[in-house]
Ligand binder design. Structure first.
Ligand SMILES: Nc1ncnc2c1ncn2[C@@H]1O[C@H](COP(=O)(O)OP(=O)(O)O)[C@@H](O)[C@H]1O
Ligand SMILES: [Mg+2]
Length: 267
C-alpha cells in the first residue's frame, strides 16, 4: 500500500442471507481528501461504512486502515485506530443533554473500562474530568455551547445532527465518516454543515462522505466512488462522475448533464 492511502477496501462482498448488499467492492481513499460514496438508496453505502467501522465483517474481502488490516476488528478497536463515524439514523440518547451525549461518545477514548471504574475511582474521576474538558471543547467547536444542557429530544433536527457530528469528533479521529450528514436539513442548516465539514477537513481530518445532495458532493469532494446494486460502477473526480453515462443513467439523471454550474449559493 502506498503512503498516500489511508483506507483500502479490497474486494469486499457482504451477503445478508440471499441478498448481496455489497458486491466485490474495492476502493482506495487517499490522505488529505474528502472522498464521497454515492449511489441510489439501497445500493450498499451504509453497509460499506458498517464494515469499515467494524459493525460486522465482510463476507469476503479485506479492509486496511493505514496499512493495518481491520477486517475482523471490533468497533472500539477501529475507533481507537482513529476512525470515527456519524450514523444516518442518529445514535443519540434523546433524553440526555447535548453535553452528556458528547461525553458518552468520548467514553471509548478513556482507558478505563467499567470494571476499572469500580476498582480505581480516583483514576476514573480524572478521566471523567478529561472527558468533560473535551466535551466542552467540542461544544464550542460545533457552536452548541448555549444548548449544553438541553435534552437532545428538544432540539431541532439540524442541531441533533450537529450533536451527532460532535459526538464523532470526541475521540479526535483522523478519518471521519459521515453517513448522509445533510439529509433532511434546510438550506441554512446544510450550509452550516458544509462549513463545518470543510473547517474540520482543514484541521487535518480526512473525510469519507455519503451524501445525496449533489451540490454538496460536487463542490466539496475531491474523489467520488459510485455504487449501484452493491457494486462499484464508477470512480473519479467530480468532473469524471458528472460526465459518466452509466452514473447519469443509474443515479444522477439528466439534471447533471452537461456539467452543472458550481452553485456556491446553495452551499
Ligand atoms: N443488517 C442488515 N440485514 C439485512 N439486510 C440489510 C442489512 N443492512 C442493509 N441491508 C440491505 O442491504 C442493502 C443495502 O443497504 P444500505 O447499505 O443501507 O444501502 P444505502 O446506505 O446505500 O441506502 C439493502 O437492500 C438493505 O435492505
Ligand atoms: Mg444508507
Amino acid at each position: 500500500m502506498n503512503n498516500e492511502t489511508i483506507l483500502k477496501v479490497d474486494h469486499i462482498t457482504k451477503r445478508f442471507s440471499g441478498l448481496v448488499a455489497v458486491n466485490d467492492l474495492s476502493l482506495l481513499m487517499k490522505k488529505r481528501t474528502i472522498h464521497a460514496l454515492i449511489g441510489p438508496n439501497g445500493s450498499g453505502k451504509t453497509t460499506t461504512v458498517n464494515q469499515i467501522t467494524g459493525a460486522f465483517p465482510p463476507t469476503e474481502g479485506e479492509i486496511y486502515y493505514k496499512g493495518t488490516c481491520t477486517t475482523h476488528m471490533q468497533p472500539y478497536q477501529i475507533a481507537r485506530l482513529g476512525i470515527s463515524r456519524t450514523f444516518q439514523n442518529l445514535k443519540l440518547f434523546t433524553s440526555l443533554s447535548v453535553l452528556e451525549n458528547l461525553m458518552v461518545g468520548g467514553h471509548q477514548m478513556t482507558k478505563m473500562g467499567i470494571l476499572n471504574f469500580l476498582i480505581n475511582p480516583v483514576k476514573a474521576k480524572q478521566e471523567e474530568a478529561q472527558l468533560l474538558e473535551r466535551a466542552e471543547e467540542v461544544l464550542e467547536y460545533i457552536g452548541l455551547k448555549d444548548l449544553r444542557d438541553t435534552n437532545v429530544k428538544n432540539l431541532p433536527y439540524g442541531k441533533q445532527k450537529m450533536t451527532e457530528f460532535g459526538r464523532a469528533l470526541m475521540m479526535k479521529p483522523e478519518l471521519l465518516i459521515l453517513d448522509e450528514p445533510a439529509a433532511g436539513l434546510n438550506p441554512t442548516e446544510r450550509k452550516a454543515f458544509v462549513d463545518i465539514i470543510l473547517k474540520t477537513f482543514d484541521t487535518g481530518i480526512d473525510i469519507f462522505l455519503i451524501e445525496h445532495n449533489m451540490d454538496v458532493v460536487m463542490n466539496i469532494c475531491t474523489d467520488i466512488t459510485v455504487l449501484n446494486f452493491g457494486a462499484k460502477i464508477a470512480e473519479g473526480s467530480p468532473y469524471d462522475i458528472q460526465n459518466n453515462d452509466e452514473v447519469i443513467k443509474a443515479y444522477l439523471g439528466d439534471k447533471y448533464k452537461p456539467i452543472m454550474a458550481v452553485k456556491k449559493e446553495v452551499l
